[in-house]
Design a binder for this molecule. Structure first.
Ligand SMILES: Cc1cc2nc3c(=O)[nH]c(=O)nc-3n(C[C@H](O)[C@H](O)[C@H](O)COP(=O)(O)OP(=O)(O)OC[C@H]3O[C@@H](n4cnc5c(N)ncnc54)[C@H](O)[C@@H]3O)c2cc1C
Length: 393
């Protein structure tokens, strides 16, 4: 079997859902990831460093904030945006996460919750990656319960706000320029969003060390010690956690696409291995049990792809709701976790060596499985929509 024949896992030809121009953009991303990122990704993963050298290439591809209209953003379909998120993750889930945090969570917060003046002030530079964004919702003691439990406070003082508290796991915050901080207004107890310059006095971002997943993503413990933010930098359309949830509705769909990309990356490397690695005098891909693993993986990928493609179409038509994104995030991350596990199994011992390009996906899948709402939380969102009953507490 030639490399070409095994190079694609688009079994049901989902790329045909894109226009010719969109497919060209997707393939440009694929070429960039293959040529510029794949060769350096394992060493950066091992060293837990971020490859800043690839950012100019991402700028040329113009893939930050792709589905947002105006303000220097792409104005493309959610379907193309999703396929690109998948394509990034297919080579490296950390790079997909970097882009998801910057373009999805940070730019999305400003696009969905900001005023036109704020969109104009922040988004064009972010779309060019001239300013890198982060998103600070989770706290050391508050993860799943962020809708009601945030302890970071915002207190108004004339034309400024004073922020105090800590945020944990904040991707891109060690080197980024601005962070969207979600904090409780002490006056009305509602969650509000602030665009905070990382250079603000009282703002510190300490890199979280010793991660076993997404090691390229620079996650930070942020401390806000009497950080002053102008009222002009409070997201004017964010008045309660319901507005934060609107951002998460969009980005969870993106994470479902990334989970699919992570599964595809592991599967494709395992398939290549299956047709080249020999045991008992034959390629292991000729054994029935190995073929069974490959077919199970392909089934997971195809089922997930069908789900996220339809979800993106709903987004493009303006019909997507929280429950749609949550089902895809929960379903696709479970399928991803199964798939990367089977890919590793197929490769025997070599499956845990970085150089064989499957172990990284196995490790990274663990973080994708839990961030942007764990499987349990997204399941409860769908369960609530099915039964009309809230099972969170
Ligand atoms: C690599 C990585 C990157 C991240 N990046 C960011 C970022 O950029 N910005 C940001 O704000 N956050 C980020 N996060 C945080 C992430 O969103 C949280 O880890 C996630 O929401 C889960 O919160 P937690 O880890 O505090 O777990 P917890 O909320 O403590 O949950 C622990 C366990 O309890 C379960 N559980 C909790 N409540 C219930 C319930 N009611 N019913 C059933 N089970 C329940 C959970 O499902 C989970 O299994 C990141 C996390 C990781 C690992």
């Amino acid at each position: 079997m030639s490399t070409n024949e095994i190079d694609t896992s688009d079994f049901y030809a989902f790329e045909q859902l894109l226009s010719d121009g969109e497919r060209e953009r997707l393939h440009a991303v694929r070429d960039f990831m293959t040529a510029e990122v794949a060769p350096i990704v394992n060493s950066h993963w091992e060293a837990a460093t971020f490859p800043h050298e690839i950012v100019p290439g991402m700028r040329r591809l113009a893939i930050a904030g792709l589905p947002y209209k105006g303000f220097g953003c792409g104005g493309t379909t959610f379907l193309l945006d999703g396929m690109i998120a998948m394509e990034l993750a297919r080579t490296d889930p950390s790079i997909a996460t970097f882009n998801g945090v910057h373009g999805g969570l940070a730019m999305g917060s400003i696009y969905l919750c900001g005023s036109d003046e704020q969109r104009e002030r922040f988004l064009p530079a972010m779309a060019r990656y001239d300013k890198i964004g982060a998103f600070g919702l989770t706290e050391p003691d508050v993860g799943s319960g962020a809708s009601r439990g945030l302890t970071t406070t915002a207190e108004r003082d004339g034309d400024t706000w004073i922020l105090n508290g800590q945020k944990k796991w904040i991707g891109n915050a060690t080197f980024g320029d601005l962070t969207i901080i979600w904090a409780k207004d002490v006056a009305d107890d509602q969650v509000k969003g602030f665009v905070v310059a990382n250079s603000s006095p009282g703002f510190t971002a300490e890199k979280q060390q010793h991660k076993i997943a997404l090691r390229i993503v620079q996650n930070a413990l942020i401390t806000l010690d009497n950080v002053r933010v102008d009222e002009a930098d409070r997201l004017q359309g964010a008045n309660s956690f319901a507005d934060t949830a609107e951002v998460l509705r969009v980005t969870r769909a993106g994470v479902a696409w990334m989970a699919l990309g992570c599964a595809r990356g592991a599967y494709e490397n395992a398939l290549r291995y299956a047709v080249t690695r020999e045991q008992f005098g034959r390629p292991i891909g000729s054994f029935q049990l190995v073929q069974d693993l490959l077919v199970r993986m392909q089934g997971n990928i195809t089922a997930s792809w069908g789900m996220v493609a339809r979800l993106s179409q709903l987004q493009d038509q303006g019909f997507a709701e929280d429950r749609h994104s949550s089902l895809a995030k929960a379903f696709c991350t479970v399928r991803m976790r199964e798939t990367v596990g089977w890919a590793r199994e197929l490769m025997g011992g070599n499956g845990i060596l970085l150089e064989h390009n499957v172990g990284r996906f196995v490790a990274d899948a663990e973080a994708i499985y839990s961030y942007e709402g764990t499987r349990e939380m997204n399941t409860l969102i769908v369960g609530r929509s099915l039964t009309g009953r809230n099972a969170f507490v």
